[in-house]
Design a protein around this ligand. Structure first.
Ligand code: CP
Ligand code: NVA
Length: 301
């Protein structure tokens, strides 16, 4: 994967995903790598972040590299300098660039002009780094991916899109339960169906049927960053999709609960479930660092 971008999980083959997460497990188990020695990661984040920002930074330090936090508000790009100019200039200084922004097209434009590895650290379309950590967490909890079913409940958003692609690549069955007006984009669903070799992809508006027998119950906020204005309208529509104890009783007895965080307790997930023995969210958050360490080591070569 040396020199490659990660703009969406569709950029990876099943084999690359497997290799990447095996490396993540080795690094987590104590193997060390200095793959980022004398290398610098730029973080260009147009949206807030706790996990992604800190886990990328710490991962780079562990790999012997350094990080520059590029605040777009303090840069000329924040005053209208074009992406194609900014990208080429940054590529002259940096070795790898992680971008969190709104439009996927902007990340693609950075990648096109930069010529250094560009990593999507979340866009409105997808959140590939999150799902690398999610698949790592599932592998740790169940020893593998085969035969498992992940049920995602809530908004057909960036996280849902990456879960569709990631589960398809990993061979995990996925059920996505959303209100009918908030389904994932059909282009992503089609792409996931093409990537899936044998695993099931089900879209439904029935949260209970979707949860039945699943090994992984996953949810995310009902209003993502940039959608705050519609939060009140969304609340009653999404309420039937809440991950609570009643819903958990429908899942497999060994089911785990994942949430990319930050969580809104009492909305998409209850306090009781988030803090239950089934919740693996803290392990999942830690795994952001291990997965991204493997990603950085792979793209830096
Ligand atoms: N899950 C996630 O991406 O968290 P942050 O927004 O804190 O980076
Ligand atoms: N869907 C959420 C994920 C946050 C990590 C958002 O985009 O705000």
């Amino acid at each position: 994967m040396k020199g490659q971008n990660l703009l969406t999980l569709g950029d990876l083959s099943s084999g690359e995903l497997e290799t990447l997460l095996t490396l993540a497990q080795q690094l987590k188990a104590g193997d060390s790598s200095q793959a980022a020695k004398n290398r610098v990661l730029g973080l260009l984040f147009y949206k807030a972040s706790t996990r992604t920002r800190v886990s990328f930074s710490v991962a780079t330090y562990h790999l012997g590299g350094q990080v520059i936090d590029l605040n777009p508000q303090a840069m000329q790009v924040g005053r209208g300098e074009p992406i194609q100019d900014t990208a080429r200039v940054l590529a002259g200084y940096l070795d790898v660039l992680a971008i969190r922004t709104f439009a996927q097209e902007d990340i693609e434009a950075f990648a096109h002009y930069a010529g250094i590895p560009v990593i999507n650290a979340l866009s409105d379309l997808c959140h590939p780094c999150q799902v690398l950590a999610d698949l790592l967490t599932i592998k740790e909890c169940f020893g593998g991916w085969e035969g498992l079913t992940l049920t995602y409940l809530g908004d057909g958003n960036n996280v849902a899109h990456s879960l569709l692609l990631g589960c398809a690549l990993a061979g995990v069955n996925i059920r996505v339960a959303t209100p009918s007006d908030y389904q994932p984009q059909s282009a992503i669903v089609q792409q996931a169906k093409k990537l899936a070799s044998g695993s099931e992809i089900i879209l439904t508006d029935d949260p209970k049927a979707a949860a039945e027998g699943a090994q992984v119950i996953y949810t995310d906020v009902w209003a993502s960053m940039g959608q705050e204005d519609s939060a009140a309208t969304r609340l009653p529509v999404f309420t039937p999709y809440q991950v609570n104890e009643e819903l958990m009783r429908l899942a497999s007895t060994d089911a785990i609960v994942l949430h990319c965080l930050p969580a809104h307790r009492g909305e998409e997930i209850t306090e009781a479930v988030l803090e239950s023995y089934q919740s693996q969210v803290w392990r999942q958050a830690e795994n952001r660092m291990h997965a991204q360490k493997a990603l950085l080591a792979s793209v830096l070569g």
